[in-house]
Design a protein around this ligand. Sequence first.
Ligand SMILES: Cc1cc2nc3c(=O)[nH]c(=O)nc-3n(C[C@H](O)[C@H](O)[C@H](O)COP(=O)(O)O)c2cc1C
Length: 313
Amino acid sequence: MMNLSQTLLGVTFQNPTVLASGIWGITAASWRRVAACGAGAVTTKSLWLKEHRGHANPVIISTEHWTLNAVGVPDAGIEKAREEIGDYNKNKPVPLIGNIIADTADNYGLIASEIVKLKPDVLEVNISCPNVEDEFGRPFACSGPDAAAVTKTVKAVSGKIPVFIKLSPNVENIGRIALACAEAGADGFTVINTVGPGMAIDLRSRMPILTNKVGGLSGPAIKPIAVKCIADVYRATGGSKPIIGTGGVMTGEDAIEMLLAGASLIGIGTGIAYRGEMIFKLVCDEMKAWGKSEGVKDMKELVGGMHRTLPNG
Ligand SMILES: Cc1cc2nc3c(=O)[nH]c(=O)nc-3n(C[C@H](O)[C@H](O)[C@H](O)COP(=O)(O)O)c2cc1C
């Protein structure tokens, strides 16, 4: 049977599936439940230093092929995070990835230093939410120098905890942004956040369906964009930084495709709504079945495989 376990940057993952940020991952109870559904790791929703209100409903619309959301990254702030992560740490079935967000580089440093005290296994830095903008009107992930400045600030306080930067697909050259973060000390990357923004219009009211008018796209339709972005980041960093490939994963074969592009871990978010909470176990079972039919003994052999088949692709 194909081995799915691996140790990356000192953290052991029993399988590569990871609950993506913002979907279900709000309380210790929800992280434990996702672990019981077979996830190899769980990610918190994006954590702010202070309470942050999201957008008014409706904030999400789903079709067969895509989901559009503008929840507006609501969060209760650091006190609630302390409570929930503290509870999870008492009995932790799988590694916890603490995802943080802020409005300035300095505030990224502040929230990071608070979350580091709660000892997450990995720190994930959300610089890429399409609905939260910097003072120039763009997410930090849209500029190499801005992304590097956040990375540097977080790395200054993260100690031994690996720092993964969550990148946006909505940029001209994601490889160049990844390289700027890597030079600033990033240990790994999560690729990608939602695509867009996009818009959906209600035909009767002739108004955008989302209160925020626009939202980030996720689900099956974005997988080819995610695969391309993973391949670009892998190539730009010479395969030297682990990648959590995220975006539209529904099946074990989707996960294998992301491994071949260069991912070592596989984020699953919207897929929970499409295949149910057991998607984590289903994806692992499907990966093992594929490995058996292809005679692959260890998942690690597949990571970045496309680049070896097509060195200059
Ligand atoms: C409803 C919703 C809320 C999300 N909230 C967050 C968030 O708080 N922080 C974050 O980094 N990403 C957030 N995301 C992005 C996901 O973590 C993921 O990167 C994206 O949805 C692509 O993966 P998927 O197609 O498997 O959902 C959110 C996505 C959705 C659909």
